[in-house]
Design a protein around this ligand. Structure first.
Ligand code: CO
Length: 441
């Protein structure tokens, strides 16, 4: 897009104002006309409910899409946007992203938390989408432009035992992956985080879903913690030293177990150890840091730039893993990256399959533009129904993901298709110890 510059001589001669393109003039008159929420579950899966936000402007055909998905609270977020945010947005100038962000953040007196911040994140993404469309530029251009041509990514490989996980790892290596997240079911457990459940667990889970109640899973952390060094010894023997390996604890162990584990995994040179403790136990990072060299990653459950801030400013972690669907959107992702940059802490935005391709695109726009990018988790194996609903998703090639150069976020939602796959009531499992006490997921 070119704009004629109003030259000095032109001004002296009282020349007419330079011609302005439609796109360049649009921001002055733009108003938010409507905010609509679409909840859809194309995959019909327990973790597959997406909460999409459409911000519609006063200019015909100009709208933005955002992702406000908050798994486990989907309907609360949808209602929050409709009942509490929509009235505060109608009539506002969608180009004023920072102003709207601050306005919506301060809107409820009892602010922050996953419902409020997921709603705000979705609106924020939609506003960046609109701004990009107005400018005729992809969002990453508005954030400073590409700092790299493609994004290093990883995939999860898992199994019921070491051998099964090892074979999955080799298949992923053949598909070009340079970084693998490895998860294995612990001895004596029927399930675990990101591992295939036993047949008995699968049946019990399905029964609970049919009854409309949360399924229950048994979890004892000690055997799992003892198993992990053996798993990574096996993986190094099988795969060699060239491949990068990640493990996600998913907050399921005690602080002292996390400390022991970070030390015990040192010989296997992990890319990072993810979520080693619960977000309630962040002080543990000081203990781990004093004693272990294993790189640490944390952040996917944080709902804003203030949570976990001292882990950055005291350099207690190596990767920030905020979820742009929960932490406040593109606006906050860019700010967190900037806070982390002088410490040499890298980004690894949360990109699991339970956030939609809209958020996956938003992740990539920020990741492409920041100096301190580390890696981008990204789902790439979307089922046919999801492809019917979403016009695109980040593309995978040889260990990297990438996005195109369409204006805005570069993704559209087929609302007719989305309506074919409505909300599906499926409750997350409760995790119980052997004595039937509650435990972190
Ligand atoms: Co995680």
């Amino acid at each position: 897009m070119k704009m004629k510059r109003r030259g000095f001589m032109g001004m002296l001669a009282g020349a007419a104002l330079p011609m302005r393109t439609e796109a360049a003039r649009a921001p002055r008159h733009l108003k938010i006309q409507d905010v609509q929420v679409v909840v859809t579950n194309p995959e019909r899966s327990a973790m597959g409910n997406f909460v999409l936000v459409k911000v519609v402007t006063s200019e015909s055909g100009l709208y933005g899409w955002g992702d406000a998905t908050c798994t486990g609270s989907e309907l609360a977020v949808a209602r929050f946007i409709e009942a509490h945010m929509r009235p505060a947005l109608i009539g506002r100038d969608p180009m004023r992203i920072e102003d709207i962000w601050q306005t919506l953040f301060l809107l409820p007196y009892y602010r922050s938390g996953s419902v409020h911040m997921s709603a705000l994140s979705g609106i924020d993404m939609a506003l960046w989408d609109i701004k990009g469309k107005v400018a005729g530029l992809p969002v990453y251009e508005l954030l400073g432009g590409r700092a790299r041509s493609k994004l290093l990514t990883y995939t999860s490989v898992s199994g019921r035992d070491f051998q099964e996980a090892g074979e999955a790892a080799q298949r992923a290596r053949e598909r070009g992956y340079k970084v693998l997240k490895v998860q294995v079911r612990a001895p004596g457990m029927e399930s675990g985080y990101a591992v295939p459940p036993s047949e008995r667990q699968r049946e019990a889970t399905e029964k609970a879903h049919q009854a409309g109640v949360p399924p229950s899973e048994l979890w004892e952390p000690a055997g799992y913690v003892r198993m992990l060094p053996k798993l990574f010894e096996y993986m190094r023997q099988k795969l060699g030293d060239e491949v990068e390996l990640i493990h996600d604890v998913h907050e399921r162990i005690t602080p002292s177990q996390a400390l022991w584990l970070a030390k015990a995994l040192e010989p296997y040179n992990l890319f990072f150890l993810e979520d080693p403790v619960r977000p309630e136990h962040l002080d543990t990072f000081r203990l781990i840091r004093q004693q272990a060299a294993t790189p640490l990653a944390m952040g996917e459950v944080w709902t804003g730039q203030w949570e976990g801030l001292f882990l950055i400013t005291e350099h207690l972690i190596d990767y920030v893993r905020h979820d742009l669907c929960h932490c406040g959107g593109i606006t906050i992702g860019k700010k967190i990256a900037a806070i982390a940059e002088p410490y040499g802490i890298l980004t690894a935005w949360h990109g699991p399959s339970n956030i939609s391709p809209v958020a996956q695109m938003a992740n990539c726009h920020v990741s492409l533009s920041v100096a301190n990018f580390g890696i981008q988790e990204c789902r790439t194996n979307w089922p046919e129904a999801a492809r019917e609903v979403f016009s695109t998703a980040p593309s995978y090639s040889d260990g990297y993901v990438n996005i195109g150069d369409e204006p805005g976020l570069g993704i559209d939602v087929n609302e007719k298709a989305a309506a074919k796959y409505p909300y599906l009531a499926r409750h997350r499992p409760t995790i119980r110890r052997a004595d039937d006490s509650a435990w972190a997921y």
